[in-house]
Design a protein. Structure first.
Length: 276
């Protein structure tokens, strides 16, 4: 009982920190450089580096779009090559997301239900107000364009595999797990998992990709997350964009603080989730 209480307390503490982080990102300046969104699968194929790409749709409205900004492709390939040399393989789970893909209400039912389950657990089974749920979801799945680095084409979600066996390296939890082990520096994972997280973070960091503190699988470069985390005091160069053609040209999103979904719809989905 005490252990569950400690986990709940830790979860709440981290989620509050995550929301404060997002508030900082809301204010962080961006000087968009308009780089194209490049097909990462094609870039990997040409490079000869070994990388896998997930075939699982993370949204009900689209298959994964494995594109990132042109200026960070070489950095990704360098990180992937370093992983290969150390016996590991990056599996890209997710990359660029459109507005529709980013909308939490367009996530698969099981993902939304998992989020609702952990929020209800945090609240000891009491149904929270939609504003509270919106606040929590903002940390786990961006609720507005301004804080959605996948919408900037500057973020990737990754799993790490063994090149020898093809099996996933245990970093303490699975991709998209929603619990006290989700946070990068979780105190509830094993020493071995902590070592792996640190090791992979160092490889990514040396190539300019910085870990989002509240999801151990999320890395980004050149966006508000990365600049804020490194205290660069420089404007981010990648902000939320729409991809306007098959060539990967982009157009900056103007309504950066407009929620990707209405709270009334969130309330409806909440009660649907409770019935399942």
């Amino acid at each position: 009982m005490k252990r569950n209480s400690k986990k709940r307390e830790y979860w709440t503490q981290q989620m509050e920190k995550g929301y404060r982080f997002m508030q900082k990102i809301m204010c962080y300046p961006v000087k968009e450089n308009m780089e194209k969104l490049v097909d990462l699968q094609q870039a990997v194929k040409k490079s000869g580096v070994y990388v896998k790409f997930s075939s699982v749709a993370r949204s009900t409205v689209s298959k994964p779009i494995f594109r990132i900004r042109e200026g960070i492709v070489d950095s990704f390939l360098a990180a992937a090559e370093k992983m290969n040399k150390n016996g590991f393989l990056i599996k890209v789970e997710d990359a660029f997301r459109t507005r529709q893909m980013q909308n939490p209400l367009n996530r698969p039912q099981k993902v939304f239900d998992a989020i609702m389950k952990i929020i209800l657990w945090e609240c000891n089974g009491k149904i929270p107000e939609p504003d509270f749920i919106f606040k929590r979801i903002s940390v786990l799945i961006a609720t507005i364009p301004k804080i959605g680095t996948h919408m900037s084409g500057s973020a990737i979600d990754i799993t790490i595999l063994s090149m020898k066996t093809g099996k996933e390296i245990d970093r303490g939890e699975k991709y998209l797990a929603m619990n006290e082990k989700t946070f990068m520096n979780s105190i509830f994972i094993s020493k071995k998992a902590k070592k792996y997280r640190h090791r992979f973070n160092q490889i990514m960091k040396k190539n300019g990709f910085y870990a989002y503190p509240f999801e151990f699988w999320h890395y980004s470069k050149g966006d508000a997350f990365a600049h804020y985390l490194t205290k660069s005091r420089k404007p981010a160069i990648y902000g939320p964009v729409d991809m306007i053609d098959d060539e990967g040209n982009v157009s900056p999103i103007r309504n950066l603080t407009e929620p990707l979904f209405p709270l009334d719809e969130l309330r409806k989905r909440l009660y649907e989730s409770l019935k399942r």
